[in-house]
Design a protein around this ligand. Structure first.
Ligand SMILES: [Cu+2]
Length: 376
């Protein structure tokens, strides 16, 4: 008898948990220029009960949205569809671009339609809400086309956007491939803060150092992340402004091993052909981004000649010491930044190029100190 009661309790707990749901409408918008709208629908499939939905509007800009508060709970009556035309205005009384996060203890369905407001009207793109459990750590978008700008009839452009459905940061490495299936430029690494949302932006922004000659008329984009994210492409007909929504598919071929900790792409270039000579770190290490004890991975490559890379901690202790060949695959070096203060990095090959002397820099872990001088 007691066992039966426990079984019953366990079953009803499971039933409650199993129906809890979280759906992301990956991009909603009412743009300032008034040319972009999103209509949304929310449906309650239950025949027996009304349900409550929590709704958050999370602005773009790849910022930490964990402090954003939800609206007062929305009630959806049983077997009813709620209509939110221009949802950003009608439901959230807001504007601009953002992702919409919806949660409920009960099952529900949410969808969106995104369209441009043009004199002739546009078809728009229908987007099924993305269940948070189907966000992907390894994603792939094919059938991307990018060979012209707005108004150029017969050409297309592609925008790509993403949302981080996690309450913690996600580090995402993007790789873009051209018409010949060759990687374009370098890996593009982006750290997405908790609930961060990246606005749809031009395809070539998803690689670093994209050559102007890159042929993206038929291209594809792959990513790997240390946390599942929601990502999509939107291919827009430049003649009609009609968009096609391309959700990320699972990219089972991407290596599972993602570099540990906080990941940066480091690119070394000398002179005189590539100007300015520099060591660039992407994303930029802003003060406050790193704290003592962080694991830091540098994915280092040299563009135009043999460059070295050495990283010294605030006490002058060597953290990384590499020699790089131009054109070779990026080398990943990982260290733990236990010492607080200013670190310095520099090219160790003093004869690499005419621009060698500017190939150095510093970054701060915690509070700044006087950086150690380079040792060549
Ligand atoms: Cu150098």
């Amino acid at each position: 008898m007691r066992l039966r009661l426990l079984t019953l309790i366990a079953f009803s707990l499971f039933a409650t948990m199993a129906s809890a749901k979280e759906i992301w409408l990956s991009i909603g918008g009412t743009t300032a220029s008034g040319t972009f709208r999103t209509d949304a629908r929310i449906f309650n499939p239950s025949t027996t009960k009304d349900i409550q939905i929590q709704a958050w509007y999370l602005p773009v800009g790849n910022v930490d949205n964990s402090a954003v508060q939800p609206l007062a709970p929305i009630t959806v009556l049983k077997r009813q569809q709620l209509v939110y035309n221009d949802v950003v205005t009608s439901l959230f009384h807001s504007s601009g671009l953002g992702a919409i996060r919806l949660t409920s203890d009960d099952d529900f369905v949410a969808t969106q339609k995104i369209y441009a407001v043009t004199s002739g009207g546009t078809l728009g793109q229908f987007v099924a809400g993305v269940d948070a459990t189907s966000a992907k750590a390894k994603g792939l978008m094919i059938q991307l086309q990018n060979n012209g700008g707005s108004g150029q009839t017969g050409t297309f452009r592609t925008n790509v956007g993403a949302a981080n459905p996690n309450p913690t940061a996600a580090t995402v490495t993007w790789r873009l491939y051209d018409k010949n299936n060759a990687q374009v430029g370098n890996d593009h690494v982006v750290v997405m803060p908790p609930f961060g949302v990246i606005a749809p932006g031009g395809l070539s922004g998803y690689a670093d150092n994209v050559p102007s000659t890159a042929d993206l008329s038929d291209s594809w984009l792959s990513y790997s992340s240390d946390k599942p994210i929601v990502a999509y492409g939107s291919v827009i007909d430049n003649g009609t402004t009609d968009p096609t929504y391309i959700p990320a598919a699972e990219d089972t071929g991407v290596p599972v091993s993602t570099p540990a900790g906080k990941v940066f792409v480091v690119t070394e270039r000398g002179g005189p052909t590539s100007s300015p000579s520099s060591i660039t770190i992407s994303p930029q290490i802003v003060q406050g981004a790193l704290k003592p004890g962080d694991t830091i991975s540098f994915q280092v490559s040299a563009l135009d000649s043999n460059h070295g890379l050495r990283v010294l901690d605030p006490d002058g202790i060597t953290m990384i010491d590499l020699m790089l060949t131009p054109g070779a695959a990026a080398v990943t070096a990982t260290f733990v930044a236990n010492t607080e203060g200013t670190y310095s990095y520099y090219c160790t090959n003093t004869t690499c190029s005419s621009g060698h002397n500017s190939m150095k820099g510093t970054f701060v872990v915690g509070t700044a100190t006087t950086p150690p001088p380079p040792r060549y």
